[in-house]
Design a protein. Structure first.
Lengths: 395, 395
DNA sequence: CTATTATGTTTGGCAAGTTAACAAATTAGC
DNA sequence: GCTAATTTGTTAACTTGCCAAACATAATAG
C-alpha cells in the first residue's frame, strides 16, 4: 500500500510530531521545517482542523520583536483532541496518568493494589479509573488507547510470562484486558515504558542510542535506538537486570546467582547499609531519602553502601557501553534521591574501563518521578497513533 | 521530500528487493506480492528495463505443471546492471569479492598484505584490484560502490580508532580512500559486515533479531534488528568480544582481563589444546581442522579444549540472549570446522541458563566461508543503493 | 473449436504535492 | 501618513504516480 495516501499519512505524522516537539508554529514555518510548500501545509491543516486535532492560536503577544512581513498564525495541537491513559501495575500500588494530544500529563492518580491481588482485581481498577475519567465531559469521548506496564517479563502479544514481585505467571493479560476494556490496550515492561517516557518528553534525548536503567525494587532496563525501543524477538529484550556481574551472589528470581539485579536495587542498598538482609516488603520507599541524608552528613556506612552498589552498577555499565555504544545512559527509578552521588562516583571509572576509543556516553538522570512508568505507557500509546516512526514500508 | 516521487522510490526498492529475494517473477505475481496493480508494475518495469536494472526472461521450461491462463513473462534483475566490490583488510591478507545486482559473488580474489603494511599499501592494493576488474568490459562501468572491512574499532565516519591486530590506530581511512578511489566507500567492522552478509544471502534469516558472533583470530560480533545493523552512536556498537565473562584471564588488547575475546579465539583454542601459550602469528589457520580431526577421533585433549572454549562462549551467549531476546544466534568465522561440535555442546546449557520464560534462540552456523567479510561488505553497499530499508522519513 | 482463465497493456480518473500568481498583513523609509 | 518591501496564507493550473476498468493476448479444458 505505497500510494498517495501513504505520502499523506507520513506528512501528517511529520506535521503533528513537529508541533508536539517544537510547540505551535505558523504554516509557513511548518512548510520550511517539513520541506513542503505552504500550499500543501494549508491543505493538511484544514483537514486536521476539521478533525479537531489542531487549532489556530491567537498571536502570542510575548513582546518578541517581530520580523518584517505579514505575521503568521500559530498552529497548535488541540490538547483535548485525544487522550491516552497509562497504567502502572506496581507492588501494592497502581498509578494512572492521562496524557493529552500534546503528550502532557493532565491527570494522575494512585490507588492501592492489595498484596496478592490477581489480574482480575487490577483490571477492575483500570475499568473503574477509565469510567471515572469518562464521567468528566472533557475526557468522555477522547481517550483513544491504554498502555499498561508490568514489573517483569511480558511478551509483545500481551502474555505475561513472569512477574516474580507480584507472583503473577503465565497470564494472558492482553486477552483479559481486551475482553473488558473497549479501547486498544498495549502491555509493556515497566522499564521499557519508563525509558520511552523519558525520551518522549525530552525529544532531544531520544536521538541516537539511549541505554536506560530503572533502579528500584528491581533493576530493569531498556535500549532505545532512534526513538524506537529495542524489543527483541518476543518483546523480552534488554533484560539488563540479569546481566551477570559477579561469579556469585544472592539468589536471583531467575534462579541464577551473580545477576546485576541482585546487587543493584533498594533491598540490596538496605543490605549494604545495615549488613542485614530483609524481605522485600520491609524496604521502605523512604530508604533512598534516608540514605541520601546520611550520605550528605558524611556517614561512613552510607558512603560504603553507595560505593558497593556503585561498583556493581559500574561493572554492568561497562559491558552495556561496550555492547551498545550509546550516546547516553539514563538512570531512573525509585533510587532517584541517590542517583546524583552514584553517577558522580561512576562516571570516572566508566570512562577508564570501557574499550579504549569507545566514546564516553553522557550520564543522565531521569527526574520524571514516580509516574514515569504510567506516563511512559501512555506516551507509547500516543506514539503508536501520532508519532512519525515505524511506518511499515514492507506490506 | 515526502511526495509522489517517494512513493515511486519505495515501490521501486520493494520491487527490486522482491526480485532479489524470491528470484524472477512475472509482473502479475509482483503486483500481488507488492499489493500494487498490474498496471503500476508494468509502468515500473518499463522504467527499470530502460535503466538496464531488470530484464525479461524467456519462460523457464522446467517441466513444471502450468496453471490455466496466459503464462506470465518472468522479470529478473539484470545481473550485470550493477556491481559492488567488497574488501576485507585482514591479517596478512586482503580478500576481494565482487557482487552483481542479484547480490551473488561473481569474482573473488585474495592477495597478500605484508605484515606491518600501512593504510597506503592497502589502499594501493584496492586501487589495483579495482583497475584490474575494470579492465574487464563486463565490469568496466558498472561498479557502483565499495565496502571495506577492518578487524577492529572503526567509526561510522570511516575513522579507524584501533586495529590491534594490524597495529593501525587513529587513521582517517575513509578520507584516505575517498581521496584515491572514485567510488563511494563505506568502512565497516569485519564482524558487522560478516553478519550482514549472512542475513543478506539468507533473507529468511534476517527477519527479527539476530545476534552474530565471528570467532577467528579474535571474537567480534554484531546484532541485526529487522535487517538493520545495530551500529550504536558512532558505529562502534556490539563490541561483543569485550563482554566480561570472567573475573580474571589473559590480558586483552583493550587493557582489561576477563573479556570474552581472550577465551574464545584460535589462539585460546591452541592454548587449551596444548597447554602452551603462543603468539598470534604462530596459530595456524589449519588449527580448527586439526582439532576437528582429533575430536572426531575421540582425542581427550581436544575434547577438553572444546569444552573449555565452549564454557566461556556459553557464558557470553547467556548474557547476550537475555539482553537481546534474539530469534537466532549465528556463529561464523575461521573456527568454522569446529562450530558444529561447539554448538552441540552449548545448546542444552544455554536453554537452561537464560532467564526462565525467555524463548530459546535458534543456533545457526554461518557457512559462507573465508570470503564472508568481503561478501558482507559488498552486500552492505548493495543494500545501501538497492534494498528496501532505511528510507529516511524525517527529512 | 469454443469457453475459461490469467497475463499484460491502455485509457481515464483521482489524490496529493508543486509551481506560480495574488491577496493580506505587517515593517521600513521618506 | 503613504508607499515600498517583505512575508504569510490561499487559489488555480500542472505533474506524478497509483488505481479501476476495459481490452487484447495466450494459454488450458472439454
Amino acid at each position: 500500500m505505497a500510494n498517495q495516501s501513504l505520502v499523506r499519512h507520513i506528512n501528517e505524522r511529520r506535521l503533528l510530531s513537529a508541533l508536539r516537539v517544537y510547540g505551535p508554529l505558523p504554516r509557513a514555518e511548518l512548510a520550511r521545517r517539513l520541506s513542503l510548500t505552504r500550499a500543501s501545509v494549508t491543505g493538511m491543516v484544514d483537514d486536521l482542523v476539521a478533525r479537531r486535532l489542531v487549532e489556530e492560536r491567537p498571536a502570542r503577544d510575548d513582546g518578541q520583536r517581530r520580523d518584517v512581513g505579514r505575521p503568521g498564525i500559530d498552529i497548535a495541537l488541540a490538547p483535548d483532541g485525544a487522550h491516552f491513559l497509562g497504567v502502572e501495575i506496581g507492588v501494592g500500588v497502581m498509578r494512572f496518568a492521562l496524557l493529552d494530544l500534546t503528550a502532557s500529563p493532565v491527570d494522575t492518580e494512585t490507588v492501592d493494589l492489595p498484596t496478592g491481588a490477581g489480574a482480575e482485581a487490577a483490571i477492575g481498577l483500570i475499568e473503574a479509573r477509565l469510567a471515572a475519567l469518562r464521567s468528566n465531559p472533557r475526557f468522555a469521548k477522547t481517550i483513544r488507547a491504554i498502555g499498561v506496564t508490568v514489573p517483569g517479563l511480558v511478551r509483545s502479544d500481551g502474555f505475561v510470562i513472569n512477574l516474580p514481585i507480584l507472583r503473577w505467571q503465565h497470564l494472558p493479560l492482553g486477552t483479559l484486558l481486551d475482553a473488558r476494556i473497549d479501547l486498544p490496550c498495549q502491555i509493556e515492561n515497566n522499564a521499557h515504558a519508563a525509558a520511552f517516557g523519558h525520551i518522549y518528553s525530552n525529544p532531544q534525548a531520544g536521538e541516537g542510542v539511549v541505554v536506560y536503567l530503572k533502579i528500584g525494587t528491581g533493576c530493569g532496563g531498556a535500549v532505545i535506538v532512534d526513538n524506537k525501543l529495542l524489543r527483541g524477538a518476543n518483546g523480552l529484550g534488554a533484560e539488563i537486570g540479569h546481566l551477570r556481574v559477579a561469579e556469585d551472589g544472592p539468589l536471583c528470581s531467575c534462579g541464577r546467582r551473580g545477576c546485576l539485579e541482585t546487587f543493584v536495587n533498594l533491598r540490596a542498598l538496605q543490605r549494604y547499609a545495615t549488613h542485614k538482609d530483609v524481605v522485600e516488603r520491609d524496604v521502605s520507599i523512604d530508604l533512598p531519602n534516608a540514605v541520601a541524608e546520611r550520605l550528605a552528613a558524611g556517614d561512613r556506612e552510607a558512603t560504603a553502601a553507595i560505593a558497593e552498589l556503585s561498583s556493581y552498577l559500574l561493572r554492568g555499565l561497562v559491558d552495556l557501553t561496550n555492547l551498545f555504544n550509546p550516546d547516553a545512559i539514563v538512570i531512573g527509578g525509585a533510587m532517584l534521591p541517590l542517583l546524583d552521588p552514584i553517577v558522580d562516583r561512576i562516571a570516572g571509572p566508566l570512562a577508564e574501563q570501557i574499550v579504549p576509543g569507545m566514546p564516553m556516553p553522557r550520564l543522565t538522570i531521569s527526574r520524571i518521578g514516580p509516574f514515569e512508568c504510567a506516563i511512559g505507557a501512555a506516551a507509547m500509546a500516543h506514539h503508536e497513533e501520532f508519532d512519525l516512526t515505524n511506518i511499515d514500508l514492507h506490506t
